[in-house]
Design a protein around this ligand. Structure first.
Ligand code: FAD
Length: 314
């Protein structure tokens, strides 16, 4: 994700399938989402061995069959330094060169107060470890010297893209806005070069946060992470997972929808409106949480005028 880029970009998040039927439907979504030419597609991560293998398999498919820039989520949960380094090597071996470094959600059956991390205590430490493992693997490469066909020169190894999470409405553990911005600055200082936000529902929440982050010295791109929420059940579940507060307008519109088809359209329209407001406010990209679907995310991009634009990194 280096070189020239056409702005604004768009990108997608997927999660690994949990059943054969889910796999079939995910593969259909991948066909359609990758054909839209996103900047990247990211794949979520849980630290258990079958979940990790499932993430790796989706990432491998994106890279080899679809030639899409694939971003692997990784977390600090439950790993020693040696284990975390080994996982990073496994992903690099699969051809992954972009990571989203996260502290991680508590494993099933545990909560925020429990001690569920390993040697790595924060996303910033994971950012540093990814850089270190990558640097150990490819310290130098050789490149052609223009005009001198027989010559080769040394170039420092390929750099990885390391994204991190940002929280426009504050992380649930954070005591203040200043702490959220300081945490983001610490991740940038550790070597992160892209941020993706937690879900939010009002453009001002993102735009104000980005302004404050810029004033504090955050220079990396901050992509707004948004999602078409197409049912009341999905809205409730999403808020439960993210800790965000209830968006009253969307709640009322979903409650008033007479059937599931109307509710789905309400969700798509709300997300399209949000995407347009974000772009008008200066966001240079839109990251869509897809829930492994393609219709709604593509409808949002179409409505926001982003489909058909090349979002491919050069
Ligand atoms: P950190 O940057 O390490 O910090 C979390 C927060 O805790 C900070 O805001 C900071 O204010 C506070 N904090 C940090 N250190 C301290 C301290 N010492 N004392 C007090 N407060 C402190 N989870 C998964 O398990 N798998 C995924 O694939 C996944 N994908 C995600 C994708 C995105 C785009 C986002 C936004 C989140 C994702 N998550 C995922 C959830 C994420 O792991 C949780 O939100 C987690 O609680 C925070 O992760 P972080 O990387 O921001 O953590």
């Amino acid at each position: 994700m280096t070189g020239e880029r056409v702005f604004p970009t768009f990108s997608f998040e997927l999660y690994p399938p949990r059943s054969p039927a889910a796999e079939v439907s995910l593969f259909e979504s991948i066909d359609r989402l990758s054909a839209a030419n996103p900047e990247f597609i990211s794949v979520t991560y849980r630290p258990t061995s079958p979940d990790r293998a499932a993430s790796l398999s989706v990432l491998g498919k994106l890279i080899r069959e679809h030639r899409v820039h694939a971003m692997a989520h990784l977390t600090c949960v439950g790993s020693s330094y040696a284990e975390a380094s080994q996982v990073i090597r496994e992903f690099l071996d699969e051809g992954v060169t972009s990571f989203l470094a996260l502290r991680g959600d508590p494993p099933d059956g545990q909560s925020e107060g429990d001690d569920f991390l390993g040697d790595l205590a924060s996303a910033a430490e994971l950012v540093q470890l990814i850089h270190r493992v990558q640097a150990e693997r490819s310290q130098f490469t050789f490149e052609e010297v223009p005009g001198f066909p027989a010559a080769k020169r040394l170039r420092s190894g390929e750099k990885v893209t390391i994204a991190v999470a940002a929280f426009p409405n504050g992380h649930p553990r954070s005591r203040s806005r200043a702490q959220d911005i300081d945490t983001l600055l610490a991740k940038q200082a550790a070597g992160a070069n892209l941020a993706i936000t937690q879900l939010f529902f009002e453009a001002d929440e993102y735009l104000t946060f980005v302004n404050e982050a810029r004033s504090a010295g955050v220079t990396m791109r901050i992509l707004p992470g948004i999602m078409p929420v197409m049912s009341l059940a999905r809205l409730r579940r999403t808020l439960e997972l993210s800790g965000e507060s209830m968006p009253r307008k969307l709640l009322a519109a979903l409650e008033a929808a007479p059937d599931s088809e109307t509710a789905a359209q309400v969700g798509i329209d709300a997300c399209t409106g949000l995407a347009k407001d974000l772009l008008a406010g200066g966001a240079d990209g839109i990251h869509l949480y897809t829930f492994n679907r393609s219709d709604a995310p593509l409808a949002v991009l179409r409505g926001a005028g982003l489909l058909g634009m090349s979002s491919q990194p050069a």
